[in-house]
Design a protein. Structure first.
Length: 268
């Protein structure tokens, strides 16, 4: 029990770093960590992946709000790009969270891995992410991108418990935003995804009752992750602006690759 708590606390610090530097809100770290802790404790059960995704969503809600406040104070948020996307992401997130409760744990894990593969491949092979054409005034998002792209981001991100950053960051990069700005704006765009997911996962009648659980949300694991993440967010909130853009974008892809390896080698 103590080992599991310390593991979650340590990785909570990592979720804080990824929240500030990459806009993840912690989803790509907390999902495999919670799943791995349940597996290592020999109590994964059929709901393990659902519990990992739900707990991730709850942690992301808090982390994303904390990071958004920090990035707002740093002046990295462009409200003209945030407002239209946020509304459609919220609609998609509600649908994605509900849909995920009907997907089996194994299938959900496979979808998580496939999502990572597609994202990594797209970032490496398609122009505009690693070496974008940075502009003083980034290209505005079109109506179709805002509407259908926003709903698609919310749908996929909420279903997998990963926030919206892995789609919003590449989208904003290809419109000419520097990495520090794109990842900063991913934070507030992850809030509706995480909040919708948390409410659905916590209140779903399909969840198996368990000690320390609220629906699918593991309260103990979530608390341990937040104990590590929130102080870390406060400590590193000013750091992203000091990282070279190219280094920042490469580190983003390397982190996704590390998560992919972890999820692939972890026994189902």
């Amino acid at each position: 029990m103590l080992t599991s708590f310390l593991t979650l606390l340590s990785f909570g610090c990592l979720t804080g770093i990824t929240t500030v530097f990459f806009g993840f809100g912690g989803g790509f770290v907390s999902v495999p960590v919670v799943y791995g802790v349940l597996t290592a404790a020999a109590r994964p059960g059929p709901d393990a992946m659902h519990v990992a995704v739900a707990t991730s969503a709850a942690v992301m809600t808090v982390n994303a709000v904390a990071a958004t406040l920090a990035q707002w104070r740093a002046g990295r948020l462009r409200h003209a790009d945030l407002r239209p996307l946020a509304a459609f992401i919220t609609i998609g997130a509600a649908a994605g969270s509900l849909a995920s409760t009907f997907i089996g744990g194994t299938e959900l894990r496979v979808l998580f891995v496939v999502y990572l593969l597609v994202t990594i491949t797209d970032s490496l092979l398609r122009k505009g992410f690693l070496s974008p054409a940075l502009r003083k005034s980034p290209e505005p998002l079109g109506r179709g991108t805002t509407t259908f792209g926003g709903m698609g981001i919310g749908l996929v991100a909420a279903a997998l418990g990963v926030g919206g950053s892995v789609m919003t960051v590449p989208l904003l990069r290809r419109r000419g935003h520097p990495m520090a700005e794109a990842t900063a704006m991913a934070g507030p765009l992850s809030v509706p995804v995480a909040l919708a997911g948390t409410l659905v996962y916590a209140l779903t009648p399909a969840a198996t009752a368990g000690w320390g659980r609220f629906g699918y949300v593991d309260l103990t694991a979530g608390a341990a992750l937040l104990l590590g993440s929130l102080p870390t967010i406060a400590a590193v909130r000013r750091a992203p602006g000091r990282v070279p853009d190219r280094v920042h974008s490469v580190a983003y892809v390397l982190l996704l690759l590390a998560v992919l390896i972890v999820m692939t080698v972890t026994d189902a």
